[in-house]
Design a protein. Sequence first.
Length: 444
Amino acid sequence: MKKYIYTFLFAAALGGTKPALAQHAAYDMIVDGVKVIVQPSGNSIVEIQTVLRGGVQNYPASKMGIEAMAMRGLTECGTLKHDKNSFKNILDKINASIYGYTNKDYSVISMSCIKGDFDIAWPLYAEAITEPKFDAAEFARIKQDAINDLKEQESQPDESIDKMANKVAFEGRDFAKEPEGTPEIINSLTADETKAFYNSILTRSRMLVVVVGDLDSNLIQTRVKIMLDGIKKGTPVEMKKSFFRVYNNSFKAEPKDLATNYIEGVTSGPLVDAPDFDAFNMAMQIFYDRHFLNIRTNNGLSYAPETWFDVGSISVAKFIVSTTMPNKYIAVFNKLVDSTKEHGFNASELANMKVTYLTGFYYKNETNYAQASSIVSNEVMHGDWKRSLTYMTNIKKLTVADINNAFNKYIGNIVWVYQGDPKKVDPILYKNGTSHVGDNPVSN
């Protein structure tokens, strides 16, 4: 379900690595113009993540999915020195992994191995980044795999309604683009154009390298320097942060033959560098519990209602529900928002959520992969990987007034989308909104 996916993204976007304990302090250095951040791990695993900034800014809507296909192709289409099978056979022998993935703001090429196998895994990692082959036959295979994955996602109502919400809410913005593309676009891509696209974004100006592992600093610097040797400098890419404001409640329906009806709402959230970012995130965590209690437990309207804070260059609050009674849902939802805005959250809710949130945060960051992902998100999204050093203090300092002010400031008019039986829903109920919902009077 969406909420659990984005809870992990919150942790990655919000704050740092696990406590130092016996570890040495994290540090950064510049290697040929590329920032390299190193977090000693205190264990035998090495995790490396190389970032290419830009995400959906890197391509037009007509080429959605090309970066995702490039990330797949790095390891699935072989390199100039190894075909796909020999590449994977070497990794299998040492139980290492190398793969790439993308999201709306950046892509990551990840490597994980045992420290003792680093000298075997690293050359393959560098090959995948700097010498991908994009073999035409293998590319045709991964295209079909990607198309099958997209069709599978479309058959999942939660995925389908979220894509519809993004398309409607962010119309005209880069954020409306889906990084994985569409079956039609993916089918039209060729190996050559995908390789050319990848080469166009493979620049030192877009790159960030994060290492979580106990490796010598000189070794890291030497290996990264050699990898960067053939990569052009390029032009720096600045993440285009944008505030999402909804001026009027809206509703759009798409008829679908489903066992139940799916509804999703999208409204404002603070920019990643806003002073009330942490407060709003905490407010949404508590509102998730209230929403669940009122929608499922008290009224039996949905099995798994969810709310979450979707963090990125555009950050928004989202609400999703599957229900056979969409008109009753919006009545309960509006009443809940009105009550929350009028009476606010209480001290007990905040105290409990601080404990729950921080415990969950550190649990998620036990692995080298999670630590690396967290550093990446801090640096790319917030521009400061050291933000983790003050994270616990910032969370502990949050007051009830902080979270109430943040909730009231950003939860305003909502873009609603609906998939299911249009005869079961009255759009006017969704367009009317609540008596306490205004037009997001914020100055971001």
